[in-house]
Design a protein around this ligand. Structure first.
Ligand code: TYM
Length: 324
């Protein structure tokens, strides 16, 4: 049996794109562009309202993420790129899904608790965040959602809500599968915790040379002596560096650590790898920034394509529920 792949993923414009976003989501998603029957990538700007309430900042961050997507290699002729807020069906389906969402299911969401602990205001929007996320996915008949491990529970909620809706109203929504790659499931930040905009421990993908250098040089290390053997399995520098490398390169670098590569040298090597890796993307991003009107045209055409697909699902949902 041939399974038709329909892939989707989203990123919140809540800060500069970092290596966690790139390796946890962008890179695995890029592998599907052109191979999947359809692929949808969007900027989750409605979700970002739960944390960013400065209009000027949000406007800039939304645009930045689109430039990031394009610079990373998302080809808008092969993948549909759009702003979540350009498709009103997302909020419409989110409301309908909320009427079949058990409170208990949302109360168990770890991400809500973690965000509130970090000082984010516990708004109704933050609490129902996973319902909007379910709508983002279910509107497009998606069967595969490549994300980092932190989003896995949200994907489980999406599946639960699709099943709950189908049990209530008959088979209408496709139940999607999360795709979490073990090797990049949780990218560590400069302090060794999960790399996250809200922990202030990120290495941005498109930062200035000075910002990148400062971030890489600040990666935590243990107190081993300069030429002592280092353990690649526990070393945060290595855990970040290996993301850029092939298996053979990884093994060679691990051997250098075991032979006593000083941490300062290890950081310099990582900086060089990062620079070589990001240079073409950074050049592409600068070129895109100069192309007047390109971003707007790309997003308008993406929104048009997304609207067509989402509109068809909404028609089914309206019929199923009796709203039509
Ligand atoms: P966001 O914006 O926090 O992160 C975007 C993607 O990056 C992944 N990621 C990581 N992966 C590995 N290690 C890390 N340190 C790391 N940090 C972030 C995330 O897992 C994610 O895949 N709720 C989502 C946005 C969203 C969405 C959706 C995603 C809204 N609707 C529908 C998929 C499908 C979020 O906040 O991602």
């Amino acid at each position: 049996m041939v399974i038709v792949m329909r892939v989707l993923s989203g990123i919140q414009p809540s800060g500069a794109l970092h290596l966690g976003n790139y390796f946890g989501s962008m890179k695995p998603n890029l592998e599907y562009v052109g191979k999947a029957e359809s692929s949808f990538y969007f900027v989750a700007d409605l979700h970002a309202l739960t944390t960013i309430q400065d209009p000027k900042e949000l406007r800039q961050l939304r645009k930045d993420i689109v430039l990031d997507y394009l610079a990373c290699g998302f080809d808008p002729d092969k993948a549909t790129l759009y702003y979540q807020s350009d498709i009103p069906y997302h909020t419409e389906l989110a409301w309908i899904l909320s009427t079949v969402s058990p409170m208990g299911l949302l109360e168990r969401a770890v991400s809500f608790k973690e965000k509130v602990e970090k000082g984010i205001s516990p708004s109704v929007g933050l609490f129902t965040y996973p319902v909007l996320m379910a709508a983002d996915i279910l509107l497009y008949d998606i069967n595969l959602v490549p994300v980092g491990r932190d989003q896995k529970q949200h994907l489980e909620i999406t599946r639960d809500l699709a099943i709950k809706f189908n049990n209530t109203y008959g088979e209408t929504l496709v139940v999607p599968e999360p795709l979490v790659r073990d090797d990049t499931a949780i990218v560590p930040g400069t302090d060794g915790q999960k790399m996250s905009k809200s922990y202030g421990n990120t290495i941005p993908l498109f930062g200035s040379d000075a910002v990148i250098k400062k971030a890489i040089m600040s990666i935590v290390t243990d107190s081993k002596g300069i030429n002592d053997p280092k353990d690649p399995a526990t070393c945060v520098i290595f855990q970040i560096h290996k993301l850029f490398l092939t298996d053979t390169e990884r093994k060679a670098l691990a051997a250098e650590y075991k032979e006593g590569l000083p941490y300062g040298e290890a950081k310099k090597k990582l900086l060089q790898t990062y620079m070589d890796f990001s240079a073409p993307m950074r050049t592409k991003r600068q070129e895109l920034e100069k192309k007047a009107g390109y971003l707007e045209e790309t997003l308008a055409s993406g929104a048009k394509k997304a609207c067509l697909v989402a509109g068809k699902t909404m028609e089914k949902v309206r019929k199923a529920t009796g709203l039509q």
